[in-house]
Design a protein around this ligand. Structure first.
Ligand SMILES: Cc1cc2nc3c(=O)[nH]c(=O)nc-3n(C[C@H](O)[C@H](O)[C@H](O)COP(=O)(O)O)c2cc1C
Length: 294
């Protein structure tokens, strides 16, 4: 009932672990699969070793999370032992990568080819690193980046977009024109939240990105804006914690639905829970497949 297809990749269900929520450890990704995820995304992999920001890096806020982890990474050249084990994951694995230059993204993409991820997600949308959104806020730079990466990849390419830009549809269109196979949207929504008592920022980095139910309406709106202008499929992410939310995201125009902060709010088995809730809603409405739902 929930099986689907994304860039010619078959999935048992449309629910995908979003990048960064549970790291890159194979054992954790396996647990997510055992808990019903249709696909998993790794934490974003970077060009060189990077520590990330000082604590506090993640705090709970009303209806969401607020984070500035800062893209810690061992660097792709130090991760081969982990990449080799990707083949143990029984569902499609999406490799998320980031960089500071076109060359960074190209180098990492080339390196990952032999490990055959199902897709490569280009994180051009991180609000928690000084240059994390440079590409994702410029249609010109996005187009240059996607064209260059596309040239060196046998694997489908999916840029991940930020809502922190003036026109996300324009960026999505630039991706499609440059040959992107899919779009992922959205990354966290940038905010600066002060600590209520200490007159200091809540996170050590000073600013951060919000996620979870508090951003659901923004994510749905951005996915609709993208759907209106591109033909390529969309992985819709942002604030999804229930079957009803997931169906809303599919109706907004997404083919797959990412779940990130929801793991914190409903536990690792959120994938099973959301799938069951989706099936119940569809049965009640007499809908037999996701195609029919659309
Ligand atoms: C703690 C944390 C770490 C994240 N790390 C990454 C990351 O490494 N790469 C990335 O593309 N997105 C990252 N994200 C963004 C999520 O993948 C997702 O786009 C965002 O949280 C919205 O979805 P959600 O509301 O379901 O959490 C992170 C989010 C959180 C909360």
């Amino acid at each position: 009932m929930l099986n689907t297809n994304f860039c010619k990749i078959e999935l048992q269900n449309p629910l995908v672990l979003a990048s960064g929520i549970l790291g890159t450890s194979i054992e954790i990704l396996k647990r997510v699969v055992a808990n019903g995820a249709g696909a998993v995304t790794t934490k974003s992999i970077g060009p060189i070793e990077r520590e990330g920001h000082n604590n506090p890096t993640v705090v709970e806020i009303e209806n969401g999370l607020y984070n500035a982890v800062g893209l810690p990474t061992p660097g792709y050249l130090n991760m081969d032992e982990e990449f080799k084990r990707w083949s143990e994951i029984s569902v499609p694995l999406i490799a998320s990568i980031y960089g500071s230059s076109v060359e960074d993204y190209v180098k990492i993409t080339k390196h990952l080819q032999k490990y055959k991820p199902a897709l490569i997600e280009l994180n051009i949308s991180c609000p928690n690193k000084d240059d994390g959104m440079v590409f994702g806020t410029s249609p010109k730079l996005t187009k240059e980046l996607v064209s260059a990466v596309k040239e060196v990849s046998q694997v489908p390419i999916m840029p991940k977009l930020t809502p922190n830009c003036s026109n996300i549809a324009e960026i999505a269109l630039a991706c499609e024109k440059a040959g992107a196979d899919a779009i992922c949207a959205i990354n966290t929504v940038q905010k600066e939240i002060a600590h209520p008592n200490l007159k200091a920022p809540l996170l050590a980095y000073g600013k951060g990105g919000i996620s979870g139910p508090i951003i659901k309406e923004i994510a749905l709106e951005k996915v609709k804006e993208i759907r209106d202008v591109v033909e390529i499929p969309i992985l819709g992410v942002g604030g999804i914690t229930t079957g009803k939310d997931a169906i809303e995201m599919l109706k907004a125009g997404a083919t797959l639905v990412g779940i990130g902060s929801g793991v914190y709010f409903r536990g690792m088995d959120i994938f099973k829970k959301v799938a069951d809730e989706m099936k119940k809603i569809m049965q009640k409405e007499g809908i037999k497949s996701l195609n029919e739902l659309k």
